[in-house]
Design a protein around this ligand. Structure first.
Ligand code: FES
Length: 145
């Protein structure tokens, strides 16, 4: 007799490249809830005003734990981006990386990823997962799969 509660396929966490293959689109989805990553006022006094005053020239990067996922949350050229915070190469902290020209560069060995798609700029492969993100008042919210 089979156990109706048993799942025939054991679930496992996706490897980073598998996660990235499924999540290289930043378009919000109707079927996913929004999760608060952090509040601008708690992150840094005056941050919301600073970013709003000069969105094209200001930047901000912060690591955020949302559920069981570590994200690099980035404000760059007037846009918010959410990317898997653990570098696909060897696990470097992307929230400590350098952000310029629409890319973040990992501080450990210099792999560079496009903020929009998670594409690694040398291999042109979508190696780093990216997620929908929005600013809702002073809350920064993300959707996770
Ligand atoms: S761990 Fe990021 S480039 Fe090596």
């Amino acid at each position: 007799m089979s156990d109706s509660n048993s799942d025939p396929k054991p679930k496992r966490n996706l490897y980073p490249n598998e996660l990235a293959e499924q999540n290289h689109n930043r378009q919000p989805r109707e079927d996913l809830p929004w999760h608060v990553a952090f509040d601008l006022n708690e992150a840094e006094p005056g941050l919301a005003e600073r970013l709003a005053a000069n969105p094209e020239s200001e930047s901000f990067v912060r690591e955020a734990l949302v559920g069981d996922r570590i994200l690099a949350v980035i404000f760059h050229s007037g846009q918010w981006y959410a990317m898997d915070g653990i570098c696909t190469h060897q696990g470097g902290p992307l929230a400590e990386g350098h952000v310029a020209d629409g890319c973040v560069t990992c501080p450990w060995h210099g792999w560079q990823y496009e903020l929009e798609t998670g594409t690694q700029t040398t291999s042109r492969q979508p190696l780093q997962a990216v997620f929908p993100i929005r600013q809702n008042g002073t809350a920064i919210e993300v959707q996770l799969p």
